[in-house]
Design a protein around this ligand. Structure first.
Ligand SMILES: Nc1ncnc2c1ncn2[C@@H]1O[C@H](COP(=O)(O)OP(=O)(O)OP(=O)(O)O)[C@@H](O)[C@H]1O
Ligand SMILES: [Mg+2]
Length: 339
C-alpha cells in the first residue's frame, strides 16, 4: 500500500459565528435577537478526501461553508484554506475554491445557463478559448446539454441545482465546496451527482460537502463530521462513527397512536434502552410515529416493548432491529433524530 502524507488543505480552529437580527415586538418596536450559529468549530480536511458535514436544519452547515469560502466573516477562531487565511487572504482563498451554495441566488435568471458560466468564468479571468472549452467539458461531465442554452428563469429547481454545481467547477479549483448538492434532485439525478462527486475525487480534487441525508454521507464521504446546533458532536470515517456506538443496536418502530409521548416515556424505562427519539409524519392513513431506540440487545427489549405498545392500543406498522446507521450515531450524541 502506498503511504501518503496527510496534508490538511482546510483547517478550522474554534470558529464562532453569531447572527444579530431584529425581531418585531408589537407594531413598531423591534428587539435585538442573537442566534449563535457556530459555537467553536474545529476540524481539518485532508487533500483529496471527500469530507462531509452531516446535520439537521439550522445546524450551521451553510454558515460554515460561507466562512470557509470568504462569503462571511467569523466572529472568532481561524480558518486556513489551501494555506491561506480566510480573513487575511480572502482573494487567494477565493482563487483556490469552487463553491456551490444551496438555493443559489447568484445565478442570473435572464441569462442562459451557458451565459452564466461564461460570466462567472470571466470573473476568474479564464482566457476566452480555454473557458469555452472548459464549459463544454463541464456541460458534458454533468450531462446538462439539454437545458444549458435555455434562460435560467425557465429552469426547474433541480436544473438550477445542476447549474450551480457547474458553476462550482468553472475555475477548475482544487477544493470544491458543495452545500447540499443533491437537494431538489430526483433520485436518478441524485445518484448521478454522487457519482460525479466521486469522479472529481478521482481527479484529485478535495470535496467538502454538507448534507442532512445520512445515507449520502455514509456512501460518499471518507470522513464525516456530525454537527448539531453549531457544535461538532462526532467526527471520523463512517465506520469509525458507527463503531463508537458498537455493541449497541437500533430498533425502528412505526406506529399509529395518539399519545406518542407517553409511549416513548414508557419505553425509555426499559432496562438496556440507551437513547430514544421519535418524530411524526402524516400520511393518508393518519399520523405515523417513527420511534428509534438504541439499546444493548434488541432481543431483550423487544418483548417489553411489544407489551407496552399492545397495552396502549397502538397500531404497529413496522418493528425491526437494524444495524446502527449514522442517524443512530447522531441520535446517540444528541438524543434527536436527524429527520
Ligand atoms: N443571516 C442570518 N441572520 C440570522 N440568523 C441566521 C442567518 N443565517 C443563518 N441564521 C441562523 O443560524 C443558524 C444556522 O443556519 P445555517 O443556515 O448555517 O444552518 P444549516 O445547517 O445550513 O441549515 P439547513 O440544513 O436548513 O440549510 C440557524 O439557526 C439559522 O436560522
Ligand atoms: Mg444550509
Amino acid at each position: 500500500m502506498k503511504t501518503t502524507e496527510h496534508h490538511a488543505v482546510i483547517i478550522a480552529e474554534n470558529l464562532k459565528k453569531i447572527y444579530e437580527t431584529k425581531v418585531p415586538i408589537g407594531l413598531f418596536r423591534r428587539k435585538k435577537k442573537r442566534v449563535i450559529a457556530l459555537k467553536g468549530v474545529s476540524f481539518s480536511v485532508n487533500e483529496g478526501e471527500i469530507f462531509g458535514l452531516l446535520g439537521p436544519n439550522g445546524a450551521g452547515k451553510t454558515t460554515l461553508i460561507k466562512i470557509l469560502t470568504t462569503l462571511l466573516l467569523p466572529d472568532a477562531g481561524r480558518a486556513i484554506v489551501n494555506g491561506f487565511d480566510v480573513v487575511k487572504q480572502p482573494e487567494e482563498v477565493r482563487k483556490s475554491v469552487g463553491v456551490m451554495l444551496m438555493g443559489e441566488r447568484a445565478l442570473y435568471w435572464k441569462l442562459t445557463g451557458r451565459e452564466n458560466l461564461e460570466f462567472f468564468g470571466s470573473l476568474y479571468k479564464v482566457p476566452k478559448d480555454i473557458l469555452k472549452k472548459r464549459i463544454n467539458e463541464i456541460v458534458e461531465f454533468l450531462g446538462i446539454q439539454e437545458f444549458i442554452d435555455r434562460l435560467v428563469e425557465t429552469y426547474s429547481s433541480g436544473q438550477k441545482v445542476l447549474l450551480a454545481f457547474a458553476k462550482a467547477l468553472i475555475n477548475d479549483a482544487s477544493i470544491i465546496f458543495l452545500d447540499e448538492p443533491t437537494v431538489a434532485l430526483d433520485p436518478r439525478r441524485a445518484i448521478e451527482v454522487r457519482q460525479k462527486i466521486k469522479k472529481l475525487k478521482e481527479e484529485g480534487k478535495t470535496i467538502f460537502l454538507t448534507t442532512h441525508i445520512m445515507q449520502e454521507a455514509d456512501e460518499l464521504c471518507d470522513r464525516v463530521a456530525i454537527i448539531d446546533e453549531g457544535r461538532i458532536v462526532a467526527i471520523g470515517t463512517p465506520d469509525e462513527l458507527k463503531r463508537t456506538i458498537k455493541g449497541k443496536s437500533a430498533v425502528e418502530v412505526d406506529i399509529v397512536c395518539s399519545n406518542p409521548k407517553t409511549i416513548v416515556e414508557k419505553i425509555q424505562q426499559i432496562d438496556g434502552v440507551h437513547k430514544i427519539a421519535w418524530d411524526v409524519t402524516s400520511s393518508e392513513k393518519g399520523e405515523i410515529v417513527r420511534i428509534r431506540v438504541i439499546c444493548d440487545n434488541p432481543r431483550e427489549i423487544l418483548p417489553p416493548m411489544m407489551e407496552i405498545l399492545l397495552n396502549n392500543g397502538v397500531k404497529i406498522h413496522y418493528i425491526k432491529p437494524e444495524e446502527p446507521t449514522l442517524e443512530d450515531v447522531f441520535l446517540y450524541y444528541t438524543g434527536k433524530l436527524l429527520a
